[in-house]
Design a protein around this ligand. Structure first.
Ligand SMILES: [Zn+2]
Length: 380
């Protein structure tokens, strides 16, 4: 991960700070004019550290960065998000928290924001006092700036975390494409060579919830589990031999290849088509130079493509399991079962299987483990 030695956005220049009109001053505790530790607004990293401490302890009183005096209204302000909700169970004796703006001396709230002012102090401000002290219009403007800053920070962090390994992600997607092409080719070959077997298995799986079964003529005293066949004249017992997995392998409509191709295209699009490793400087240049919209778009596109890749990798693994050794042995047992009239022969080697439905018609398939992809395992 690329680490930030400096905050990436200078919040004092990027976001408007706001003065509260003097005519909205109300009577309150004595104003304190001494300067606090934040000559400039705290960075997003400062805020993250302070919020973490508050969430863990439930006690903002113990955070040395926070001040508890009431500010003058003629200062400039910057609001920070998210709003914090302290769990009352963490409070000593279940007490509320003081609000410097309306109740510096006694407990008042559990839900608050952090507000910086140009006297250098960072304070807790109760969620109701935000509007009351700053005025509804000012509060809304500061809230919008804070939201923008928070989104930017989250998007920067996403980009800084994902970009150092992005080249590997693209390579994984290309592996996924290869696996998709192989699986699609095997699917196509199987469907072409074994259309009747495909139909029989699909129909049986549909009727018996994925089970591979044979039917035995019911004996006179065996009614349990029996069903009536052919207009009720003849009764059969259903004998299940086992449950098949990966039945998606038999569905003609499922095509992994175009899905994988569009994932590769979209991932490459995220980094301007670059397949080689991005240097730390490249990454910082991109993150610093991107507009808010570009950064948000990068995140959306990358997350979306990676999400689709993870899903596709799972689907490929699941589908390839149709050709697992367990499934093929099940098919072998079913194919040679005395009660099965649809004879199938399966010959297994260490990495492939030959399936015969008649002396003339056979199909060689790789074992499912050969088709599975290790790609995207780390991101799951
Ligand atoms: Zn308050």
């Amino acid at each position: 991960m690329v680490t930030r030695s400096q905050p990436l956005c200078d919040t004092t220049t990027q976001f408007t700070t706001m003065q509260v009109p003097q005519n909205s001053v109300e009577a309150g505790p004595e104003l304190v004019q001494n300067s606090g530790k934040f000559v400039r607004p705290p960075t997003a990293t400062d805020i993250e550290r302070i919020l973490k401490s508050i969430r863990e302890t439930g006690r903002p009183e113990t955070v040395v960065d926070l001040s508890w005096n009431k500010p003058s209204r003629d200062l400039e302000f910057q609001l920070f998000l998210p709003k914090i909700e302290v769990d009352r169970k963490l409070r000593p004796d279940g007490d509320l928290i003081n609000c410097p703006f309306c109740s510096p001396e006694h407990p008042k709230c559990l839900s608050f924001y952090l507000l910086w002012s140009s006297d250098g102090h960072l304070r807790v401000i109760g969620h109701i006092c935000g509007r009351r002290f700053l005025g509804a219009g000012n509060f809304a403007a500061l809230h919008a700036d804070a939201k923008q800053a928070l989104d930017r920070y989250a998007n920067e962090n996403y980009a800084l975390t994902i970009l150092p390994g992005f080249n590997q992600i693209i390579r994984d997607a290309e592996e996924l494409l290869k696996a998709s092409c192989s699986l699609q080719e095997v699917k196509r070959r199987f469907a072409k060579r074994m259309p009747t077997l495909q139909k029989v298995i699909m129909s049986m799986a549909k009727t018996h919830d994925g089970l591979l079964v044979v039917e035995r003529r019911a004996s006179a005293d065996s009614n349990q589990g029996a069903r009536t066949s052919l207009g009720g004249k003849q009764k059969f017992d259903i004998v299940p031999l086992g449950r098949l997995t990966g039945l998606g392998f038999l569905k003609r409509t499922w095509s992994p290849e175009p899905k994988a191709r569009s994932i590769v295209t979209d991932l490459l699009g995220c980094v301007g088509g670059r397949r080689h490793q991005l240097s730390e400087d490249d990454i910082l240049d991109f993150v610093l130079g991107a507009t808010d919209a570009e950064l948000a778009n990068f995140r959306k596109q990358a997350q979306d493509a990676i999400g689709r890749a993870i899903e596709l990798a799972q689907q490929i693994d699941e589908t390839a399991s149709f050709l697992s050794e367990t499934n093929l042995k099940l098919l072998q047992g079913w194919g040679r079962h005395e009660l099965n009239s649809f004879k199938v022969s399966v010959q297994l080697t260490s990495n492939e299987a030959r399936i015969w439905v008649s002396q003339k018609c056979s199909c060689v398939v790789p074992l499912g483990s050969e088709l599975r992809t290790p790609a995207f395992v780390a991101l799951r």
